[in-house]
Design a protein around this ligand. Structure first.
Ligand SMILES: NC(=O)c1ccc[n+]([C@@H]2O[C@H](COP(=O)([O-])OP(=O)(O)OC[C@H]3O[C@@H](n4cnc5c(N)ncnc54)[C@H](OP(=O)(O)O)[C@@H]3O)[C@@H](O)[C@H]2O)c1
Length: 262
């Protein structure tokens, strides 16, 4: 099986921590040059310093951007990566705040649309010419199992994840003939600061202790444990490899078997 990414360049967003950082590590381990993107410059420098270098001439870099600023994101990515075309784009950023769908305001929905759909679209447009030139590309979106099964009290997130999944499926049909695949990874409960925040929110909302909340969440997970970020990252990295070249337009859940749907 060909898992070699030497000579390929990956742009990994939301890579200062959590699933994004873990994806950067896995992609670097397969030989890719990796550019990590997020808002915190100092944290990104630490991430890059720790990234594996396994291939000759492999080079990593940082790109400090706020994906909520569409115009700056477009200009920044195009300028920074003009001489280093991207072959693998991992679209990923922090999830929208929790709450009921009906209670969210127009600004909440617009902010989530900007950070997820518009950011993904802007990044894809900025890098697709390099992929087309190489006749090889991978666009991988980190979304959520809520694409298939909406999660209670994550109204804005559920809505926007569905939009990202529809955008990705459409793009997979538009770009397939160029040797570019577009796929989604749907993490289940994964040990990152996002999960810690969700646990804290539920403790606050219910008055129950964290162990009880965690146990209730795990009751729905056949694996009986939360995922580690590297387990989700492994699926992202696989979709980036030559071996996954005929996998296109899918939403791959990495959830320990939690989802009910087929
Ligand atoms: N963890 C889970 O259990 C779980 C389950 C299902 C879905 N997901 C989804 O999977 C994605 C990744 O999750 P995670 O747990 O790894 O999240 P995380 O630990 O909160 O990390 C989010 C990353 O995104 C970056 N980021 C946030 N806002 C940004 C912005 N405006 N511009 C640029 N970068 C930004 C953060 O870096 P900076 O702060 O440095 O910018 C950080 O590197 C999220 O969409 C999350 O909702 C997670």
């Amino acid at each position: 099986m060909d898992l070699n990414l030497a000579g390929r360049h990956a742009l990994v967003c939301g890579a200062s921590e959590g699933i994004g950082r873990a994806a950067a590590i896995e992609l670097a381990l397969l030989g890719a040059d990796v550019t990590v993107l997020a808002r915190r410059a100092a944290v990104l420098e630490d991430v890059v310093a720790a990234l594996p270098r396994v291939a000759e001439g492999q080079r990593h870099g940082t790109l400090v951007q706020d994906v909520a600023d569409t115009a700056a994101l477009d200009a920044g990515v195009r300028a920074a990566l003009a001489d280093h075309p991207v072959h693998i784009l991992v679209n990923n950023t922090g999830g929208p705040p929790g709450g009921r769908a009906l209670d969210a305001g127009a600004d909440d929905y617009l902010a989530a649309f900007q950070r997820h759909v518009l950011a993904n679209q802007t990044l894809a447009q900025a890098v697709v010419s390099g992929m087309r030139q190489a006749r090889w590309g991978r666009i991988i979106n980190v979304v959520s199992t809520s694409v298939k099964e909406p999660i209670a009290n994550l109204g804005v997130s559920n809505t926007i994840r569905g939009a990202v999944a529809s955008w990705a499926k459409t793009l997979s049909k538009e770009l397939g003939a160029d040797g570019i695949t577009v796929n989604n990874v749907l993490p289940g409960y994964t040990r990152t600061q996002r999960l810690e925040q969700i646990l804290r929110d539920r403790v606050e909302a219910t008055g129950k202790d964290e162990a009880a909340i965690g146990a209730a969440m795990l009751a729905s997970v056949p694996a009986g444990r939360f995922a580690e970020a590297h387990e989700v990252a492994a699926a992202i990295a696989f979709l980036a490899t030559p071996a996954a070249g005929y996998v296109n337009g899918v939403s791959l859940a990495v959830d320990g078997g939690r989802m009910q749907s087929l």
